[in-house]
Design a protein around this ligand. Structure first.
Ligand SMILES: [Fe+2]
Length: 154
């Protein structure tokens, strides 16, 4: 057992998986910055602000994930090369269109959900309540965001 009472080997594996989530969240964050900068058209003002709200939220989550990695006695990834190597998200480049922007967000969130559910399975197995609750919160929030994005697209 480690200092916080979790099995050492499994905690290490969990930290590795959280590093994958961290990498993908960084790509999601950068996608959102691109959308915030490049959005054009009649909905500019509300979408420009909405994307800022989303990237600020992503930034907070990035810090929580990295600090959870450290709590589990891992070392958080912090280089662009690690982020790119572990990325599973679509990368949005020069997107100016509102629908394409929202569609990109929905696909990124769907991929992040897959990684989070995988982490939740692993953390549930070792009764790691700290990671369980973090993943549950992320999952519930992102599912709700996907619903709202889909309502916007409909
Ligand atoms: Fe800005």
């Amino acid at each position: 057992m480690n200092t916080i009472g979790l099995p050492q080997k499994e905690s290490k594996k969990l930290a590795d998986e959280l590093n994958i989530l961290l990498s993908n969240f960084q790509v999601y964050y950068q996608n959102l910055r691109g959308l915030h900068w490049n959005i054009r058209g009649r909905r500019f003002f509300d979408l420009h602000l909405k994307f800022e709200e989303l990237y600020n939220d992503a930034q907070l989550k990035i810090d929580l994930i990295a600090e959870r990695v450290l709590t589990l006695e891992g070392v958080p990834f912090h280089t662009f090369s690690d982020y790119v190597a572990n990325n599973k998200l679509p990368i949005g480049k020069n997107i100016h269109n509102d629908e394409k922007s929202i569609e990109l967000i929905v696909s990124c969130l769907s991929e992040l959900l897959k990684i989070e559910r995988q982490i939740l399975n692993m953390s549930a197995e070792i009764d790691d309540e700290g990671t369980n609750s973090m993943m549950s919160d992320f999952i519930a929030e992102q599912e709700k965001t996907i619903w709202m994005m889909k309502a916007w697209l409909a």
